[in-house]
Design a protein. Structure first.
Length: 408
């Protein structure tokens, strides 16, 4: 038992700066949306740095699928927590979030010389790179988490459910089905020492406190905002509510944000859509779109202060939920019945990634035979040549910009 504890301690003996640098690089290069981000994270923290096992990483992904908010950012926070404690949570969030947040704040201040970038060749090249990254993630996770007929079949069924119900509810239904199939059909694994792969220094008391704070703010902030004349409080409440209630993350948050800021007249619809276009051209989490909205607010606080309020407001629920839920998740996942359920959930998560590989990743990135050839070359570089993902992203961006010029 002491050997097991020592091994866990060694794996978690990271520092905040180490976590920050690792996530900063991902924040600068992780294009393609939340599904692609999970692929980048797996390559960096499971394959390259070996901070987590593939199974532990999949368990974190499964938990974050249940929680509202930006799933990829929450996975990053959990990785940071397991590596360097509370300092790791903050470092992971700052490193992954700051590049895109700063870029969108600058755009909001008028750095728009590039015009409409949504149809630019280099941006399309980045979407093609996301196809290769997600395909590699699906293949790797299939080998580890759905290696037999039963779990591979479950993964395909989960993907089918997501296609049939293309909302967050479809994803939740697929995960619940995976848990039920794991309990009923899949054999329960024997408990082994190597299952203790998520070293966490969060007590259940701390977790319960964080969950209580989450719900107190969710219920109390709207009441305070309605009774208060302070625009800063109203702004914080609107973005906290968006981060607390949106399941599925990514683009799902956009209608909720538009309803929060456009009808009251805080942001014009034209400005909202311009920022949405710019958000597609930056790496990192799409939730940093909130920094742009906070900057262009028609009422103070706006500018940098508005960006900070909006950014903290939309991500604070994720901090509270991750720190609050992980201690209980960590305790449950070591029980035989929970292990059996998790095997089914992990297979379902592979199905979710498989479905996302087609829509939105494939449908957005592959428009013709040239795109397919570029994606195949990128996959070859990743899978066979072990090329760093960030370099593949850069090469695809350059190819996306140059190839249309050559065809012209």
């Amino acid at each position: 038992m002491s050997d097991q504890h020592t091994s866990a301690s060694e794996r978690s003996a990271g520092t905040g700066p180490e976590v920050f640098v690792a996530f900063l690089r991902l924040g600068l290069t992780s294009f393609g949306g939340p599904v692609a981000h999970l692929g980048y994270f797996r390559e960096e923290f499971v394959n390259r740095r070996a901070w987590l096992s593939d199974r532990a990483y999949a368990d974190i992904v499964a938990l974050c699928q249940f929680l509202p908010g930006p799933a990829s950012s929450q996975v990053g926070m959990a990785v940071g927590l397991s590596r360097a404690g509370y300092a790791g949570v903050l470092a992971a969030w700052l490193g992954f979030t700051l590049p895109s947040a700063i870029a969108l704040v600058l755009f909001a201040y008028g750095v728009s010389a590039l015009g409409d970038v949504r149809n630019s060749g280099w941006l399309h090249g980045l979407k093609v790179a996301a196809v290769a990254v997600v395909a590699q993630a699906v293949l790797g996770m299939m080998r580890t988490l759905a290696p037999d007929r039963e779990r591979a079949t479950l993964a395909v069924i989960a993907a089918t459910i997501v296609f049939a119900v293309p909302t967050a509810w479809g994803q939740i239904a697929a995960i619940i089905l995976g848990a039920l199939v794991g309990l009923v059909v899949l054999p329960r694994p024997e408990m082994r020492s190597e299952q203790a792969v998520l070293p966490l220094n969060v007590s259940r008391g701390t977790g319960a406190t964080m969950l209580a704070i989450f719900f107190v703010l969710l219920i109390g902030l709207p009441l305070l905002g309605a009774a208060s004349q302070y625009q800063a409080l109203k702004l914080f409440e609107a973005f906290y509510r968006a981060g607390s209630l949106v399941f599925g993350g990514g683009h799902v948050v956009l209608p909720l944000l538009q309803a929060a800021v456009v009808p009251p007249g805080w942001v014009s619809n034209d400005a909202f859509l311009a920022g949405y276009g710019a958000a597609q051209a930056v790496p990192g989490p799409l939730f940093t779109f909130s920094a742009y909205l906070g900057t262009v607010m028609g009422l103070p606080p706006n500018g940098v202060l508005g960006a900070v309020i909006a950014l903290v407001g939309i991500f604070l629920p994720s901090f509270l939920l991750i720190i609050g839920a992980l201690p209980f998740w960590e305790a449950l996942r070591h029980r035989p019945r929970m292990q059996a359920a998790l095997r089914g959930v992990n297979a379902a998560v592979v199905g979710l990634l498989l479905a996302a590989l087609y829509n939105p990743v494939w449908t957005a990135g592959i428009a013709n035979a040239g795109d397919f050839a570029l994606a195949a070359a990128a996959f070859l570089l990743l899978f066979m040549w072990q090329t760093p993902p960030w370099l593949v992203v850069v090469l695809c961006g350059v190819a996306g910009a140059v190839l249309p010029l050559l065809r012209a």
